[in-house]
Structure formats: structure tokens, C-alpha cells
Write a protein that binds this ligand. Structure first.
Ligand code: KG4
Ligand code: ZN
Length: 340
């Protein structure tokens, strides 16, 4: 007799997206995400406003995920939630909801590391997409993190490189802010870069030791360059918007991919993946494929909806943890920082 497939409710609330997803086996039945527009005018996420918006969103988002999946809450076997890393006030909303739901429904509770979630999103069922084979290398690039991870198994990961200052997403967003774009500006740089000349402007590409990254020097280099040019021509940014976007984007993508493929070569790994919000970037996606083909390295890119923060990735990670018996109890609490 075929074994019943486990139904998992995933909850994600680590930053400014409230999300709930229903996973059956390895297939996603629903993945509902409520973003928060309230931060746009402030040029970055305001933690207190984020927590309040999560409180307003969490119940309607969960109800909508259950309805879209065509199930009832009694059908849910396990609840998995993001324990951290992230904004503490935001994490507490998802954590409290998950603990209460587990208690009320008398089902197991699984506490998920958000960064594992980004990587394991690659294992969500997708008819046309092959899955990475172990061991593979994953570049996880988001608004808060820039990591190179060796993935030996679903829950067996080793961090080999990280940023010593800003994250790649932060570099995109801060550059975008200098160009006058609202938060988060990463996707806007991507959009305008499509019509720009990436060779027009050159910016610093700081190198640090080991397999680590640094983006603060790039940020300063862009800032000083723009200040200097604006003194000569107050319309400089406006007149060069697309070329600036393309040049900034190319610089960030160059830094990320050079390091990633260097690690792959050194560790002799032939499978390379990207994950996290910045993996939605079109230049990063296409250049990864191109370089992979030229070096005969298999490359893996998540579907757009699984790049930025979402609960589907938390649910799939919860599945692997639940299968290993990694269950939390009611004493579990949210953690802003978690050692990888
Ligand atoms: O993973 P994510 O949704 O949240 C965090 O865990 O941080 O990543 C958000 C980040 C933001 O910095 C956003 O600007 C960036 O991902 N991002 C992009 C693109 N889409 C999202 N950056 C560049 N190009 C994009 N298309
Ligand atoms: Zn994230």
C-alpha cells in the first residue's frame, strides 16, 4: 500500500515578507507571500513596522495558503517555521504562531534555519528541472547574506566563504538608493541594466582573504564617483541611469561568480547552484549558465518564486528535518543570529 504523503505547513517571517506554504511530499500545493510596501519610503526595512505588519498578515496568509491548497487545517501533519537568522521582532511573530498552531493541533513542530531553506528550495518538485547532486556548491545571495556553502547532503552543509561587511543584496540596494530608487532597488537595477552598457563605468572590486567577499569598498567607490560627476553635471545620474545600472550590476556579478568558480575549481566540485533573493538577478542567472557551460560544470537556478523569501523553502527543509526526527518542543525561541 502506498504510504500517505506528509502534509507540511511552512511559515516564513524573517524579514519583510509574511509567507505560508503547504507542501505534500515534495510538491508545493500553495505558497502565499504578503510583501510589505510600508518600508519603501524609508529606503530600507524598519524592524518595528515589519513586526506589526507580520502580526496583521500572518493569519490571513495562513488561511489563504490552506484554502489555495484545497485542504483543511486538520489535514496538516507537521508545521515548520523560520527560527532565524533575521529580524528578531519579525521572527517572533512566525515562531509564536507556529508554536501555538502545533500545540492546538497536536502536531510536530520543526524549527528551520532560513539559510538552509534558501538552498533546499532546489529540491521542491519541478517537472522540468533537474535537482543538484551532492556534493554541490551553493552561492546564497540575499539582502542579509552572501555565502558559499558546500552541500554534502540535505542537512550536511559547510560554510566556506562569507561577506566580511555588506551582503550582495545590500550592495544592490545601497547603490540603487544612491541612484534615487525606492527600496528594495535590486530588481530596479536589474530592469534598467537591460538597456545599458555595462562597460561604460568601472568600479572597485575589493578582494579579501580566503573565499570571503567584501562589498563596502564598492559602495564607497560608487558613492565618490557619483558625487564627483554630479558636481560637474547635476543631471549625471538621470542621463546615465541605464549604463550606471548595467555597470554596477556587472561589477557585483563579476565579484560573485569569480569567487564561486574559483572555489569550485579548488574543491573540484562539478555542480554549482545559486539561491536567495539576488539569484533572481537576470545577469547573475545568465552568466552563471554561460560560465558553467564553458567549464563543463552543471548549474542550477531556482524558480523565481523560490529565490526571494518564501515559505515553500521552509516547508521543504522542514520535511527533511522531520524525516530525520529533528523536532523542536515548546521551549524553542526565535534567534536573530544562528551560527551556520
Ligand atoms: O532572500 P531575500 O528575499 O531576503 C533576504 O533574506 O534578505 O533577498 C532580498 C534581496 C534584496 O536585497 C533585493 O534587492 C535582492 O534580493 N533582489 C535582487 C533582485 N531581486 C531581488 N537583486 C538584484 N536583482 C534582482 N533581480
Ligand atoms: Zn532570505
Amino acid at each position: 500500500m502506498k504510504q500517505k504523503e506528509t502534509i507540511i505547513l511552512g511559515i516564513e517571517s524573517s524579514c519583510d515578507d509574511t509567507s505560508a506554504a503547504i507542501l505534500k511530499g515534495t510538491a508545493i500545493l500553495s505558497n502565499v507571500i504578503a510583501g510589505q510596501k510600508v518600508h519603501q519610503e524609508y529606503g530600507g526595512v524598519v524592524p518595528e513596522l515589519a513586526s506589526r505588519a507580520h502580526l496583521q498578515n500572518i493569519i490571513p496568509v495562513v488561511e489563504s495558503a490552506i484554502k489555495k491548497a484545497g485542504i483543511t487545517k486538520e489535514n496538516i501533519d507537521v508545521i515548520a517555521f523560520t527560527k532565524g537568522p533575521g529580524l528578531l521582532g519579525s521572527l517572533i511573530v512566525g515562531t509564536s504562531f507556529a508554536k501555538t498552531f502545533a500545540l492546538a493541533m497536536d502536531i510536530p513542530l520543526v524549527d528551520v534555519n532560513h539559510m538552509y531553506g534558501h538552498i533546499l528550495a532546489h529540491f521542491i518538485d519541478d517537472e522540468n528541472k533537474p535537482k543538484p547532486k551532492f556534493p554541490f556548491l551553493c552561492l546564497t545571495v540575499s539582502g542579509g547574506h552572501t555565502q558559499i556553502v558546500v552541500v554534502n547532503g540535505y542537512l550536511d552543509m559547510e560554510l566556506v566563504g562569507t561577506t566580511i561587511d555588506d551582503a550582495a543584496g545590500e550592495a544592490f540596494d545601497k547603490a540603487a538608493k544612491m541612484l534615487g530608487f525606492p527600496y528594495p532597488g535590486g530588481p530596479l537595477i536589474d530592469r534598467y541594466a537591460k538597456n545599458g552598457d555595462a562597460s561604460k563605468f568601472k568600479f572597485a572590486k575589493p578582494r579579501v582573504g580566503g573565499y570571503n567577499f567584501s562589498f563596502s569598498g564598492l559602495k564607497t567607490s560608487i558613492l565618490y564617483y557619483l558625487q564627483k560627476q554630479e558636481k560637474l553635471n547635476p543631471n549625471f545620474i538621470e542621463e546615465n541611469r541605464d549604463d550606471l545600472c548595467a555597470s554596477i550590476q556587472k561589477t557585483i556579478v563579476d565579484i560573485l561568480l569569480k569567487q564561486l568558480f574559483e572555489v569550485a575549481k579548488d574543491l573540484d566540485i562539478k555542480e554549482v547552484a545559486i539561491a536567495g533573493g539576488v539569484s533572481a538577478n537576470s545577469e547573475l542567472r545568465s552568466r552563471l549558465k554561460e560560465i558553467g557551460q564553458s567549464k563543463q560544470i552543471a548549474t542550477y537556478i531556482p524558480r523565481f518564486e523560490y529565490c526571494t523569501d518564501n515559505a515553500a523553502m521552509i516547508a521543504i527543509t522542514g520535511k527533511f528535518m522531520h524525516e530525520k526526527g529533528l523536532i523542536a518542543d515548546q521551549s524553542v525561541s526565535a534567534k536573530a543570529r544562528i551560527k551556520f
